[in-house]
Design a protein. Structure first.
Length: 255
């Protein structure tokens, strides 16, 4: 993400002004999206791997001309980040999906006479029998449930290793874009279903990270020590997610 120093000046903008500003942003690069934020203190460029766009974050009182200059100055950065994104892997017949550490080939059998969609995961194949022309949402729902089952089991096993007074209150699995996992002070956890595509040791690290927050809510050295204890291979998991985590967003994307 690219940032600049905080800015002042400017006024609240109406829809027409923002529409013209977005057109100017698109002229710089068609995959740039303008976001005016009341919370932002400085301009920033933020890559969204799932949508395959870069958001130009602008404080709501910042000068739009300065924002456009900032985008122009960083056009090469935008182009490079978008070019470096791995190719999308849509849920189509023949696609290879890395599920729980194994490359699985997606086989879709379409039959309009079928009454329902049936999905079965085998060691090397994911077999889908369906009457739906677009079965991607059903495949996503199946994989999301698969991720939920695996994550829930692993999280509870790790929670047993720390203070038994600190328990997981709930676990939800969502299609998050900015976080792989989260843990609130009351023990409610949330994870991205796309962790199903990560190597098992990388998924293990993310789960260990959030379970460690049951005991230490901050990111102090005490927290990282606890996280490392809970991880099967902390170094591998942490490094893989730092370097490759964004690649998980490509699965299920249209080409």
């Amino acid at each position: 993400m690219v940032r600049t120093t905080s800015t002042k000046g400017g006024k609240n903008r109406d829809k027409d002004t923002l529409a013209r500003a977005q057109q100017a942003v698109n002229a710089i690069h068609p995959c740039l999206r303008l976001t005016v934020s009341k919370r932002a203190r400085r301009m920033a460029l933020r890559l969204d791997p799932a949508a395959r766009v870069v958001h130009l974050i602008v404080p709501h009182r910042a000068s739009m001309e300065r924002a456009l200059d900032f985008a122009r100055q960083n056009k090469l950065w935008v182009e490079k980040r978008l070019e470096d994104l791995p190719e999308p892997v849509p849920f189509v017949d023949g696609a290879i999906l890395p599920i729980m550490g194994h490359d699985v080939t997606l086989h879709i059998h379409y039959d309009p006479k079928l009454k329902m969609t049936d999905i079965e995961l085998k060691p090397r194949t994911l077999i889908v029998k369906t009457n739906k022309e677009d079965v991607a949402p059903r495949i996503k729902r199946f994989l999301r449930q698969l991720a939920s089952d695996a994550i829930t089991e692993m999280a509870h096993e790790k929670a047993k290793q720390i203070d038994r007074n600190k328990k997981i209150q709930s676990i939800t699995v969502r299609d998050t874009r900015s976080r792989w996992g989260s843990c609130s002070e009351d023990g409610k956890m949330s994870f991205s279903w796309r962790l199903i595509f990560a190597p098992p040791l990388a998924m293990d690290y993310v789960i260990a990270h959030e379970v460690a927050h049951l005991k230490v809510m901050d990111h102090s050295q005490r927290f990282w020590t606890q996280c490392e204890k809970l991880s099967d291979d902390f170094d591998f998991g942490y490094d893989w997610m730092q370097k490759n985590g964004h690649s998980l967003m490509r699965f299920g994307q249209d080409s």
